[in-house]
Design a binder for this molecule. Structure first.
Ligand code: NCD
Length: 305
């Protein structure tokens, strides 16, 4: 019997054991990169990015090339037949016939499932609308694990928790490992109920707040997100919201010495650049860790032993 093709669309597509396996594999890849040279030689990753991207797109490219494979794809639909009106399904079918695994980013929730139904290769999400961003979460968990050597810590997710997809996958996954959460956001941008319910079912304690002040001594990871300007409804005032949630040296001076600051990036104004010099600022390392994690993901989904 032929094995069912697995895709990574939600972080829930992976078991707790598989997530841990990928973290350990990414760690091994960083420690002994020479063991993984050319393991995907002859394989092709296609990238179908219907929304702008820097880190996710290029870390996938870098990951595949470091493993000896190659890549093709686009991050501007103007250069594809989608601009002529071709359906997503047809574009995906064609790209699947030119490659062995596919990474897709799209603004509309449900598109990745539609694609997975018509292609016969693994579909890996590079971020889907306001819903999830599982490979970012795997990179985030890898970064947290490298730092704390455990995942049952207290994570404050901070700023736009409604339209930012990275915090959704993070809460779904880290709750499986005993993490607790403080959701700090303007009321209009709090974490949607569906993710909270799942995290609570997984056993997490979750607190909601619209200010960080009472929690500074409880936070292990301050996970800052960007206001998703492109997704904010018009009745919300971007400029006003932008000025409310800022991480600066004053806030830093009140956080625990043992805490770390993370951000999936791009950072706009929500983290002052002066914070970059603090050893607790881990967001650039977090972005760099995305390559080893995506190498682990490609190896796993391409079933390379
Ligand atoms: C994030 C995204 O696209 O969801 N970026 C990323 O992949 N690192 C975060 C964001 O755009 O705010």
């Amino acid at each position: 019997m032929v094995d069912k093709i697995r895709s990574l669309i939600s972080i829930n597509d992976l078991s707790k054991e598989e997530i841990l396996f990928l973290i350990k594999l990414a760690q091994d890849i960083q420690k002994s990169p020479q063991k993984f040279v050319d393991i995907t030689k002859g394989k092709i990753l296609s990238l179908l990015f219907f929304e702008p991207s820097t880190r996710t797109y290029f870390s996938f490219c870098s990951a595949m090339q470091r493993l000896g494979g190659s890549t093709l794809g686009f991050s501007q639909i103007e250069s594809t037949s989608v601009a002529k009106g071709e359906t997503i399904e047809d574009t995906a079918r064609i790209m699947a016939s030119y490659s062995d695994i596919m990474a897709v980013r799209h603004a509309e929730v449900g598109t990745l499932q539609r694609i997975a139904k018509v292609v016969n290769i693994p579909v890996i999400s590079g971020g889907e609308g306001v819903d999830e961003h599982p490979t970012q979460t795997l990179s985030d968990l890898f970064t947290i694990y490298k730092h704390f050597n455990k995942l049952n810590i207290t994570i404050a997710v901070y700023n736009d928790l409604k339209y930012g997809r990275t915090s959704h996958s993070l809460i779904l996954a880290a709750s499986k490992f005993g993490a607790d959460f403080i959701c700090i956001a303007p009321n209009e941008l709090q974490m949607p109920k569906e993710y909270i319910e799942q995290a609570e079912k997984n056993g997490s304690k979750i607190i909601f707040a619209d200010k960080i002040d009472n929690f500074v001594d409880k936070i292990d990871v301050l996970y800052v997100t960007r206001l998703q300007k492109e997704r904010l409804p018009s009745h919300l005032d971007y400029e006003k919201l932008k000025s409310q949630f800022k991480v600066d040296l004053h806030l830093l001076s009140r956080l625990k010495e043992s805490s770390i600051i993370m951000h999936p990036l791009p950072r706009i104004t929500e983290i002052d650049i002066a914070v970059d010099q603090d050893p607790r600022a881990k967001y650039f390392e977090q972005a760099a860790n995305g390559v080893a994690m995506r190498m682990a993901i490609l190896k796993f989904y391409l079933k390379i032993n």
